[in-house]
Structure formats: structure tokens, C-alpha cells
Design a binder for this molecule. Structure first.
Ligand code: ACO
Length: 336
């Protein structure tokens, strides 16, 4: 394909989300493991999360499909208008095919290019950066970007697995990004980083050989393994660092950004970032109380809620920020 427009703008033309109906409250968890509402709220800010029904509920692809359908309706586009589909997920239903091809077929998008990107909780931000460049370059016109994970399949809801089990929820959220004649719209700056040496702090082993040091236990195979304190320290350091780095690239000050749309991993991490940059609560929205950590769906879900509440307007600047397993971290700063 030729480069029709070497320089053009990119617009977030629509967004939509899909959440499983089942609510898992802290009171429910109290019945399943040795924990308490007080402990969970104090350490994480989470009150409830959504989980898909393991027996009858929607799969990762199904949740992603519903979110993309909503986003297409919001953008007033048909599935066949898409010419690229990028799905951020670390919990595809099968090793292959990916969620992208399955969603594209379910929505009858035609032979659209469709793929998955796995960067854990940073997946949506990384995917947004990639999709933006494919659109800005003139190669693609209408791109679907989905963040979806059903991570609760990989947590152990017993006292043994309580460290990670309380944190996570399932969700999908999607954007439609479109080429736009207004060159000012789109990415102002982006940042993407990984440190594979930190993989041992957050991983899902599939066999005994994948464990670090002497930590193997059969109960841990196929379950999220997380060194909560190490991840917490990493996040508290990298969150402000990546915001500063991205602001510097853009030549902007913290107060120039209208919304900091952050990965919801822990309310304490988000509040620390707010304090560090002197941000009013409405500039950095926290919705972890209702959904927990929804991995790749986390950032777009916050943005979708802001949009539904009428708080997103043309002319605003929005920074998406995430960190996660890998370890990965990154940001995407947009002019709306
Ligand atoms: N309920 C009650 N007690 C618990 C629970 C629980 N669910 N989990 C752990 N405890 C206990 C521990 O056993 C420990 O007891 P002890 O002192 O008797 O040994 C005590 O509480 C403290 O445990 P810590 O793990 O030190 O608790 P901490 O204050 O670090 O909080 C938490 C744990 C909430 C997980 C925190 O470390 C955190 O949020 N870390 C970041 C995690 C994160 O962001 N992960 C997602 C990354 S995104 C991705 O890519 C998937």
C-alpha cells in the first residue's frame, strides 16, 4: 500500500466497554479465603470486581467482541469499515488463533488484518502507540484497538493464592481510532519500556521448570505468581518517571494535561502519583474500587467512563499510562 497522506491527524473516534455481569465483592472473598474487606480496601482501594462465569460466561474473545461492537457504534462505523484490528491481551482463549482473528470473524469484519499484542497491563498503551503510527503513516484509515483480559481464570481463590486473587477482575474496552484531516490531532509523545529481568516478579508458569529459585509448588502452576512488594516498588518508581519522561518529550508541564488515564493496579499507587504532580482528583480518575485490576482493559475502561460522563472534550490533552508484567511500562499522550 502506498503512503497516501504522509502527515495527517489521528482521532479517537469512539469507545466502548464490556463487563461480565457477575460481581465478586470483598464480602464474597471473605467466604472463600482468609481475608477481610478492611484489609483489601486499605491496601488496594478495591471493593468489588467483575468476573466472567467460568462455566457459562463469555470468553476473552466474546468480551472483546462486545466492547468492539460498542466502540464501532459510538464511532458510527460498521465492522467492515475497519482496516486493522489490534487486540491487547495476555489471556487469549487459546495459544492460537489469537483473539484478533476470532473477534474479526465474529463481527464479520472481512479479511481485516487482526492480531494480538501481549504486553500485560501495558498492552493497551503499547497497542495504541502502534495503531496510531499505522494510521498516521497513511497506511490505515480506521483501526480498532481492544484491551481485554479474563485474568480471573488464572487466580487461586483460596487463602494460598489470596495475595493476587483479591486484585484482579475481567473486562474489555475498545477504541476506534481514525485518520483525520486535522494534523494537530493524535499522539504528542509516547514512551515504551520493558525490563525482562523483572519477569520473575509477575508471571504465570505453565510447568515446574519455569519457576525461579526454589519456589515451585504444584498449586502455583497455571496461577498468577506475584511478588506484590517488588511490583509495588517498581510501580511507585516507574509511574512518575514515565509521566515525567513523556511530558519532557512533549515539552509540556503536568498541569497542561487534562486527564491522566492510568492503569488501575492499586489506589495507593495512583494517589501517590496524584500527590507527586499536585493533581486534583478529577485529573486522575480512580475506578479500581468497582473493577479491580482489569489488566489490558484498565486504561480504556477509565477513558470510556470519562467519556460517558461527558468529561472528555475536543481540545483536551490526555495521557494514558500503564505498567505491568514483563516488566513493561509506557505512556501515550494525545491531543484530542
Ligand atoms: N488478605 C489478608 N491478608 C493478606 C492478603 C489478603 N488478601 N494477602 C496478603 N496478606 C497478608 C500477608 O500474608 C502478610 O502477612 P504477614 O505480615 O503475617 O506475613 C501481610 O498481609 C502483608 O502482605 P504483603 O504482601 O506485604 O502486603 P502489601 O502491603 O505489599 O500489599 C499488595 C499487597 C496489595 C498485593 C501490594 O503489594 C500491591 O498492590 N502490589 C502491586 C501489585 C500490582 O500492581 N500488580 C499488578 C501489576 S499489573 C499486571 O501486569 C498484571
Amino acid at each position: 500500500m502506498s503512503f497516501v497522506h504522509a502527515h495527517r491527524g489521528v482521532r479517537i473516534a469512539g469507545c466502548g466497554s464490556s463487563l461480565p455481569e457477575r460481581r465478586l465483592t470483598n464480602a464474597d472473598l471473605e467466604k472463600m479465603m482468609d481475608t477481610s474487606d478492611e484489609w483489601i480496601v486499605k491496601r488496594t482501594g478495591i471493593s468489588e470486581r467483575r468476573v466472567f462465569d467460568r462455566d457459562h460466561g463469555p470468553s476473552t474473545a466474546k468480551l472483546g467482541e462486545q466492547a468492539l461492537r460498542e466502540a464501532l457504534a459510538d464511532a458510527d462505523l460498521a465492522p467492515t469499515d475497519l482496516d486493522l484490528l489490534v487486540v491487547a491481551t495476555m489471556t487469549a482463549d487459546m495459544p492460537t488463533p489469537g483473539v484478533g482473528p476470532t473477534v474479526a470473524a465474529a463481527l464479520e469484519c472481512g479479511n481485516v488484518g487482526a492480531m494480538d499484542i501481549n504486553a500485560a497491563c501495558s498492552g493497551f498503551v503499547f497497542s495504541l502507540n502502534v495503531a496510531h503510527e499505522m494510521t498516521r503513516s497513511g497506511r490505515y484509515q480506521n483501526v480498532g484497538v481492544i484491551g481485554v483480559d479474563t485474568i480471573t481464570r488464572f487466580v487461586d481463590y483460596s487463602t494460598y493464592g489470596r495475595g493476587a486473587a483479591i486484585l484482579f477482575g475481567d473486562a474489555a474496552s475498545a477504541f476506534i481510532i481514525r485518520a483525520d484531516a486535522d494534523e494537530r490531532l493524535g499522539l504528542i509523545a509516547e514512551t515504551m519500556h520493558t525490563d525482562g529481568h523483572g519477569a520473575k516478579h509477575l508471571f504465570i508458569p505453565t510447568c515446574a521448570e519455569q519457576f525461579y529459585e526454589d519456589e515451585y509448588d504444584d498449586r502455583k502452576v497455571g496461577r498468577v505468581q506475584m511478588n506484590g512488594q517488588a511490583v509495588f516498588k517498581f510501580a511507585v518508581k516507574k509511574f512518575p518517571e514515565v509521566i515525567e519522561q513523556t511530558l519532557e518529550k512533549a515539552g509540556l508541564a503536568a498541569e497542561d494535561v487534562d486527564h491522566y488515564v492510568c492503569h488501575q493496579a492499586n489506589a495507593r499507587i495512583l494517589e501517590a502519583a496524584r500527590d507527586r504532580f499536585g493533581l486534583a482528583p478529577e485529573r486522575l480518575t480512580v475506578n479500581i474500587d468497582r473493577y479491580g485490576n482489569t489488566v489490558a482493559a484498565s486504561c480504556p475502561l477509565v477513558f470510556d467512563e470519562l467519556k460517558q460522563a461527558g468529561r472528555v472534550e475536543p481540545g483536551q490533552k490526555v495521557m494514558f499510562i500503564a505498567f505491568g508484567a514483563g516488566l513493561t511500562w509506557g505512556a501515550s499522550l494525545w491531543q484530542l
